[in-house]
Write a protein that binds this ligand. Structure first.
Ligand SMILES: N[C@@H](CCC(=O)N[C@@H](CS)C(=O)NCC(=O)O)C(=O)O
Length: 213
């Protein structure tokens, strides 16, 4: 049984969503951002970064949403969410896009949502303008990749990286250019968000489903 420390709609959503997809038993623990629960000493013992998600796996706390997505895919091979190591093209693309999303797109969203962190509130507008360019450039590249495969990020097979990409696309929903304004991303999102588990994870977290039906 896994235990997921989460906050609604945040980086924990990809892990929550995949747990539902896989059908693995899990417990949820809400980390209340209103009271800064993510910085509580007890929580910092689990995840010294003071962020969500944290997933308890065989009694050990694990973190980093992209790593957790890859790990769940590996631990539950029957779900088919990781390309086989023998499928070299798909495997390379799977790893490349997972790391790219975690390394380029997620930090840009961090700057967008936590613009004060970089250089204080006075610089927030400039930080956001820069973050917006980085996020839109990332979706340009994702769109081109999805045009190339005609299906998913790693190729024909739906894999963990697609759940990660969908969560990140959701984060753009209130931005000047939401991710579903890129045509190939829109086609991909239509497929991903039609999965019944997409609505299920929103219901479990008590948040509005995007895009609205
Ligand atoms: N690289 C981390 C990022 C985690 C992260 O920044 N989570 C945000 C929510 S999306 C958070 O916990 N924010 C609360 C805070 O920083 O105090 C991951 O992917 O797990």
């Amino acid at each position: 049984v896994y235990t997921l420390y989460y906050s609604p709609g945040t980086a924990s959503l990809v892990v929550h969503w995949m747990l539902i997809e896989i059908g693995a038993p899990f417990a949820l623990k809400l980390v209340d951002f209103e009271v800064n629960g993510q910085k509580h000493p007890d929580y910092l013992k689990l995840n010294p970064n003071g962020t969500v998600p944290t997933l308890i796996v065989d009694g050990a706390p694990r973190y980093e949403s992209a790593a957790l997505a890859l790990m769940l895919a590996e631990r539950h091979p029957n779900a088919g969410f990781a390309p086989s190591v023998d499928d070299r093209d798909a495997r390379a693309a799977y790893l490349q896009w997972t790391v790219h999303l975690a390394n380029a797109l997620m930090p840009a969203f961090r700057r967008w949502f936590y613009a004060d962190e970089i250089a204080g509130p006075d610089a927030a507008e400039a930080v956001k303008a820069h973050a917006r360019l980085a996020i839109e450039a990332a979706f340009d590249r994702i769109d081109a990749r999805l045009a190339e495969t005609g299906a998913y990020l790693a190729g024909d097979q739906l894999t963990a990286v697609d759940f990660l990409a969908t969560m990140l696309a959701r984060w753009s929903r209130n931005m000047p250019k939401p991710a579903n304004q890129w045509p190939n991303v829109a086609r991909f999102l239509a497929t991903m968000t039609a999965r019944p588990t997409w609505k299920a994870v929103h219901d479990r977290e008590g948040i509005e489903v995007w895009p609205a039906a």
